[in-house]
Unconditional design. Structure first.
Length: 322
């Protein structure tokens, strides 16, 4: 299919980024909040992150729009097993029977039997949110799943991808280096950058300390590893491709240290969770105000509510673990 025709017929929730990379808005939470990526090369394809169960029709529609059959998909690769990244992986595997899953070794058991994953998410989000946002988790046939290792190479139609073990956000996290575009598929290791906050100065970024395995020292090391490849761009799950990698990395690490300082200062505070929430939001707001953000405080709070809550929870778990 000619490239111009593909661009004209792509659904509104799919964007071609060039070099065979397509970002798919999974529809989770709000527009352009949660992404899955479809990498296409020489008629073969791989999904990197899947979103939730409710994203699967969009992923299949992207294949259809690009003229790809279900059998063209070789790999389904969650960057880690948090449900906004991998919740739909089992259901998608049913729809693309020729694909294999590549998953971090610490995440394999959760993909095969997602019951513990579900219970953990249920404790964080509650029953109503689980039913509304994630649905019933589907396990993956263990015979179709393979664990990855640091430095592992795979190919998509001859295009080479390399895995890097990147703890810090989660112990079950890996990132993928794509030589062809000189970009990393980063999951949550390189933080979150929501397009609503883009301005003339470029993207804004913040770290993610989602519970329960946040480790700031490990995260700093993982970010440094990503930078060693001198990437031209990062493909974030939240959300989309970003450039200005060196500047964003510096901003990310400064805010990471600020989060650590906030946590240490409030370690023994009464009503700690509420105070962590308040301090994190104040930090985000100061950072956005320094950029001349056009949103008022209430709008910023609405856009960042999920991150304020989850990052506060994750900081609390990290403090208790210390």
């Amino acid at each position: 299919m000619p490239l111009a025709r593909v661009r004209m017929t792509l659904p509104a929730f799919v964007e071609a980024l060039g070099a065979g990379v397509h970002v798919i808005d999974t529809g989770f939470n709000r527009p352009r909040f949660d992404a899955a990526y479809l990498l296409v090369n020489e008629g073969r394809a791989a999904f990197i992150d899947t979103g939730t169960n409710f994203a699967v029709p969009r992923l299949l529609a992207a294949l259809d729009a690009l003229g790809l059959t279900r059998d063209a998909v070789d790999w389904i690769i969650p960057t880690h097993v948090h449900l906004d990244h991998a919740g739909g992986a089992g259901l998608l595997m049913r729809e693309v029977p020729g694909a294999r899953m590549l998953v971090h070794p610490r995440g394999l058991r959760h993909m095969v039997d997602p019951s513990a994953l579900y219970r953990g998410a249920l404790a964080v989000y509650g029953e109503a949110a689980m039913a509304r946002d994630y649905g019933r988790l589907v396990g993956v046939d263990a015979a179709r799943a393979t664990t990855t290792h640091d430095g592992m190479l795979i190919y998509v139609g001859g295009r080479r991808l390399r895995f890097a073990d990147t703890p810090g956000h989660a112990l079950h996290h890996h990132c993928l280096w794509d030589e062809a575009s000189a970009g990393w598929f980063t999951g949550d290791t390189f933080g979150l950058s929501y397009r609503e906050f883009d301005d003339a100065r470029g993207p804004w970024i913040l770290p993610s300390s989602t519970p329960v395995q946040f480790d700031p020292a490990a995260l700093r090391t993982s970010v440094a590893r990503l930078l060693e490849a001198r990437p031209r761009c990062m493909y974030l799950t939240h959300y989309g491709r970003v450039g200005e990698v060196e500047r964003l990395a510096a901003d990310l690490l400064v805010m990471l240290q600020d989060m650590v300082d906030i946590g240490q200062a409030l370690r023994h505070a009464p009503q700690r969770h509420a105070k962590l929430r308040e301090a994190l939001f104040a930090m985000y707001l100061r950072s956005l105000r320094a950029r001349g953000c056009r949103f008022d405080a209430a709008e910023c709070a609405t856009l960042l509510e999920m991150d304020i809550e989850l990052n506060s929870q994750g900081l609390g778990v990290w403090l208790d673990r210390q």
